[in-house]
Design a protein. Sequence first.
Length: 250
Amino acid sequence: MQRLDGKVALVTGGAGGIGSAICTTLAACGANVVVGYHTSAAAAEQLAKSLPSVKQQHIALRAPVTDSAGLHELALAIDRIYGRCDILVNSHGATKFIAHHDLDALDDALIDTILSTNVRGSFATVRALRGLLARHDDGLVVNISSISAQLALGSNVMYCASKAALDNMTRSLARALAPKIRVVSLSPGLVKTEFTNRFDPAWLERYVAATPLQRAILPEEIGEAVVAIASMLKAATGIVIPIDGGRTLT
Ligand SMILES: NC(=O)c1ccc[n+]([C@@H]2O[C@H](COP(=O)([O-])OP(=O)(O)OC[C@H]3O[C@@H](n4cnc5c(N)ncnc54)[C@H](OP(=O)(O)O)[C@@H]3O)[C@@H](O)[C@H]2O)c1
């Protein structure tokens, strides 16, 4: 793995299934990690304490993506503590399983939650952190999207649409924030987390059978992809990278 010594990375949804693996991989590669949380303060603080560290300082901070004043406070805190923020990983997300044909079950309140979290919230973090990310001319935003953006298959119709909007925003922001900040979408297929472990085993079996690599993605593989983008793919911006075992080929 490449090194990210001296870098500061903020991961929203940092205590989540994928977020915690991203925090762990970034820390193992030498970055100082800010574990951003919304409701999982205790889990985020526990994770920050347990992350690998040589001389790094890891902390948990509130990162409420639908509260722009809260995000402004977060940016001020990161500036005060570290004086920089090199990597922002938007790993927050909201969804609920609703069959795509059941339009009535996808009510306005849920639509607003999904869009304000997955789309507006991802924009709002970039807006709040932009000054810090641009400070050292090598800023990076990684938006954790989903292959549901391309396949239009996923937990519900609005979740798929929100991830398509996120990928579109990745391209707009990559153009708008260049050359100081790169913006990339990472699109996982099914990732093995506590959440997906609870899915119907027969459904999981069918999913894996329809995936060319014949397996789900491990959360640490998303962390490794983030590190690869930060350390190796230096010319990449405005792109969407599927990490899906080839699921989008089928
Ligand atoms: N798991 C998969 O198979 C899969 C596949 C493709 C894409 N993804 C995407 O990967 C990302 C992470 O998913 P996951 O599987 O790790 O889910 P998860 O364990 O449920 O984590 C989601 C995180 O989002 C945070 N969050 C929700 N609302 C928020 C808000 N208003 N402000 C700030 N944070 C908020 C939560 O923080 P708190 O716990 O602190 O409230 C939680 O940690 C999501 O964008 C998801 O769509 C997941």
